[in-house]
Design a protein around this ligand. Structure first.
Ligand code: PEP
Ligand code: MG
Length: 577
């Protein structure tokens, strides 16, 4: 029996046999071909097959997980259409009479190496995607089935050095007990996917894969990050009862999730969902979401060559508004740039994209983007069959001019639509995200221009602690439990309330049950999280007394370290009924 501790990425306990997923690259031999034209045709046929495979994968992801996750496979399809890539492969086949497999392999490798040479994790991460697509084309050329075909027939815990999002979504959900990776951070795509799927997961797990053999058994606790390899009988029995207890708690919580979350002293807390499209909107309701606290709209803009038109946007928003009906729905305007960029908005390579031209900062150079998005949102709400409760917020705000300008533009969009005789919603709120420390410190000033605030702890943590949220080496530092982050959250809520504004929180922190008593005690009005996190958070809130949590929060704000905060919260939670 051996124990290892990684970073918790998705809660739950799994016990089972282990399958090490180590995808092997298909070996490609190069040889001279006699008929280049025929070879090029074979290459194009393979591209078509790869495209239809990716379309199927995109559709599967859209139906089973959500739009955001599905967009990954749209991006892979774009690689297939890259004219430079296609041309360089054709030239190798024609000029050097190289077989298509070898030409694809060489061209892809050059492309991947070029991405890896860029000192930027976003581009480096894209190298994985490029190689993934390359392997897909080669497999299509050689008529080899997907790697996932050898996924065991029995339920397993998947262990891997690292996982691409495409690996994760392709694993059969009914046989996937849990995920653990040696690399990766808790805010990586794979961790986020695991949470969307409701599967326990651990990342940054220092477990040498060589220790695993066909007979290995594992206990994985996604809430603590603990893994036990080949447990002895007593440990196994203990884990089994912990798992059964956790499962019972989950079942009860899922059932209870459809009810409102009322604290022991009678205070009803608003619990809503983060969504990225219509699929998650539907899922959110089944998990008991009372509305949406963050609708990320990037899916509409990503992985295409031109801006989505106003009509297209309106139709996409309306589909979601119809699902949500009269429930509150907070839509975040385009938050692109940083780790996500698109070809058509004028992005250039930046040394620090997370500190660069992104989100609301695009408003000066590209006012059209925000203006049309505002119009589309208003039009969609005006056309929805029920009255909507639309709340629009802008991301990455750092100064007051941005807020004033955005608000003025929203008012303009509303007036213009009215003048054009197009119906607009009666109810409308305007807010900003608080995800830059400067914004948290200026809430009293911002309050003159907004109806609400929504705290984005993923970025607030990144910018307060100067830790890149995508860099696994510094992942342990990226904790919202850091007292500096907590004090910014407290300041935001305190000042917003003083000015009569409500406050939501839509970073991953809101979905952490351990944080719920603290956030409640700080006076948070709205908790917004991944749909799968709702049942456990509602269950935790019901165990809390709001008055007692005020005291708990006051004490936490005096603590010095994240470790102390967590230990104190764990102690207090264990004392609750
Ligand atoms: C955040 O920063 O906390 C947030 C909710 O936004 P995103 O994760 O999309 O940056
Ligand atoms: Mg953010």
């Amino acid at each position: 029996m051996k124990q290892f501790t990684g970073l918790p990425a998705s809660p739950g306990i799994a016990i089972g046999s282990v399958w090490v997923y180590a995808p092997t690259a298909v070996a490609v031999a190069s040889h001279t071909i006699a008929n280049p034209l025929e070879e090029i045709k074979r290459f194009h046929d393979a591209l078509k097959t790869a495209e239809s495979q990716l379309q199927a994968l995109e559709k599967h992801t859209l139906e089973t997980i959500g739009y955001e996750e599905a967009a990954i496979f749209e991006a892979h399809q774009l690689f297939l259409q890259d004219p430079d890539l296609i041309e360089s492969i054709e030239m190798m086949v024609e000029g050097e009479q190289l077989n298509a497999e070898a030409a694809v392999s060489q061209a892809i490798e050059q492309y991947a190496e070029a991405l890896l040479a860029v000192e930027d994790e976003y581009f480096q991460a894209r190298a994985v995607d490029v190689r993934d697509v390359g392997q897909r084309i080669i497999r299509c050329l050689m008529g080899i089935a997907d790697d996932h075909a050898d996924f065991p027939n029995r339920p397993v815990i998947v262990l891997a050095d690292d996982l691409t999002p495409s690996d994760t979504v392709q694993f059969p959900k009914d046989r996937l007990l849990a995920l653990a990776t040696v690399r990766g951070g808790p805010t990586s795509h794979t961790a986020i996917l695991a949470r969307s799927l409701g599967i326990p997961a651990i990342v940054s797990l220092p477990l040498p894969l060589a220790l695993i053999d066909g007979k290995s058994t594992l206990i994985l606790d996604g809430s603590t990050g603990q893994v036990t390899l080949n447990p002895d009988e007593a440990t196994l029995q203990q884990a089994k009862s912990a798992q059964a207890a956790w499962q019972r708690q989950q079942d009860v919580a899922l059932q209870a999730a459809l009810e409102t979350a009322v604290t022991t002293d009678g205070h009803q807390v608003e619990v809503v969902a983060n969504i990225g499209g219509a699929a998650d909107a539907q899922t959110a309701l089944t998990y008991g979401a009372e509305g949406v606290g963050l609708f990320r709209t990037e899916f509409l803009y990503l992985d295409r060559d031109s801006m989505p038109g106003e009509d297209e946007q309106t139709a996409a928003y309306q589909e979601i508004f119809e699902i949500m009906g009269e429930r509150p729905l907070v839509v975040r305007t385009l938050d692109i740039g940083g780790d996500k960029a698109v070809s058509y908005l004028g992005f250039t390579a930046e040394p620090n994209p997370f500190l660069g031209w992104r989100a609301i900062r695009m408003m000066d150079e590209r006012p059209d983007v925000l203006y049309h998005q505002f119009r589309a949102l208003l039009r969609a709400a005006g056309a929805t069959s029920q009255p909507t409760d639309l709340r629009i917020m802008v991301p990455m705000v750092s100064n007051i001019d941005e807020v004033k300008q955005a608000r003025a533009m929203l008012d303009q969009a509303r007036t213009d639509l009215h003048d054009e005789g197009i119906p607009v919603p009666e109810k409308l709120q305007f807010g900003i995200m608080v995800e830059i420390p400067a914004a948290a410190l200026q809430v009293p000033h911002f309050s003159n221009y907004v109806d609400f605030f929504s705290i984005g702890t993923n970025d607030l943590t990144q910018y307060t602690l100067a830790v890149d949220r995508t860099n696994e080496r510094v992942a342990p530092l990226a904790t919202p439990y850091h007292p500096a982050v907590l004090n910014l959250i407290a300041t935001t809520i305190f000042n917003a309330h003083k000015h009569g504004k409500w406050v939501g929180l839509c970073g991953e922190f809101a979905g952490d049950p351990l944080a719920a008593p603290l956030l409640l005690g700080l006076g948070l009005d709205e908790f917004s999280m991944a749909p799968a996190a709702i049942p456990a958070v509602k269950a935790m809130l019901r165990r809390c007394s709001r008055v007692a949590c005020h005291g708990l929060a006051a004490h936490v704000l005096e603590l010095a370290t994240a470790k102390e905060v967590k230990a104190y919260l764990e102690e207090k939670v264990s004392e609750m009924e």
